[in-house]
Write a protein that binds this ligand. Sequence first.
Ligand SMILES: Cc1ncc(COP(=O)(O)O)c(C=O)c1O
Length: 473
Amino acid sequence: MVADRLYERVARRLAEQIDQELYRPGDRLPGVRRLARQFGVSISTVVQAQRLLEDEGRIEARPRSGYYVRAQAWPRPRPPSISRPPVRPVPVTGQELVLRLVQAANEPDFVQLGAAVPAPEFLPTRAIQRALAAAARSGGASLATYQFPPGSPELRRQIARRMADAGCRLAPDEIVITSGCQEALVLALRAVAAPGDVVAIESPSFYGLLQAIESLGLKALEIPTDPASGISLEALELALEKWPVRACVLTANFSNPLGCVMPEARKQALVTLLARHGIPLIEDDIYGDLGFAGGRPKALRAFDEAGGVLYCASFSKTLSPGLRVGWMVPGRWREQVEYLKYVTSLAAPTLSQRAVAGFLHHGGYDRHLRQVRSAYARQVALVTRAVGKYFPEGTRVTRPRGGFVIWLQLPDKTDALGLCRRALERRISIAPGPVFSASGKYRNCIRLNCAQPWNDVLDRALMTLGRMAGDGS
Ligand SMILES: Cc1ncc(COP(=O)(O)O)c(C=O)c1O
């Protein structure tokens, strides 16, 4: 498990201040006593935090003078510009490569920069093992039977409590347990749309969603999205007037792949806009608990007064993807969703539900989140730095505010699919841009999963990738 030490948190907060240009290259950082007072920590904690930032190359010590922000030896990559997909509904095709990509995530000798799956070092594996063992011991006869929808009452109670942090006041009865967030998205789409219908999505969009749209025979309408503030409400409003949109699917908190968060006012405006048009909003909040700084951002569901939001999430990115425990708050569609869950897979796994309920009940989840949030912030900073160092000039990189993926816009001539194939030959997996689009856009983009422990192997893999992206070799 990754360490969560106070000095690491202090280092992350200092790094943020440098990113926000509170201190610019060449500026002297305040003295240790002052920083200790500012952060409410001891002097030795500040000293350790400064050493960590020195190791990361962010600051340098000057004799008898203290620490200074280092001028970067390579430019910090600029963020990509707002996406410009063709705004017309298209059937989704060509997603077969994705299976190869996710299969690579199971091959131990691969450097896993492709699928958005955290390395085991970032998951509370021991605690989950204990929770599974306790659930198996105490489960008795209940383990030998189905836990029919809506799923475990105890787990739904724990989830309802946690969702208060996302601004949602819920009763456990409003929640339906699913087998992961992917199933939740499929059930939500099936509840509100039929084959041939048009679904508005942000662009680029998580490929699992595109595959769900493809497999249900729906059409995707890609809406321009800003890497800093999310989907363009102006473009969405125009699209709603032009096309018969049946539903909208969005990740407002730390979207995959852009990592952006919609500001609260825009969340409110989005929910109001869709309610006015009578269009269901499917919210994917799987990364909501993984912000690098500040409190837990509100879910879109928090702004929903009419029951028009179908909220979807899971514990795959925070506890374990293998447990396959997710949930939905389906609003007005609760009965349909419960029935669809039942006809699709009868029930979610009983043992997994009991184990997650036990883990949430006995505490440790918030502590784990604190650890992993600062660990992911560090990983993203390290991988971004390596990209600035090794990738061709002009490469643009997102600045996610949570989650653990970054999105790279490489020079125009780059062929991301070719790069992906050549990288697989070298046992490096990456996610090529076109799988994040229904219309084959983002040919020069890739997504990197940063939730891998930083070591020489990872550094070398990024160097290799950067070289391959530069000269095509
Ligand atoms: C945005 C997003 N939604 C849903 C999923 C699928 O989640 P689960 O493993 O819980 O089915 C993922 C996994 O990569 C994801 O990134």
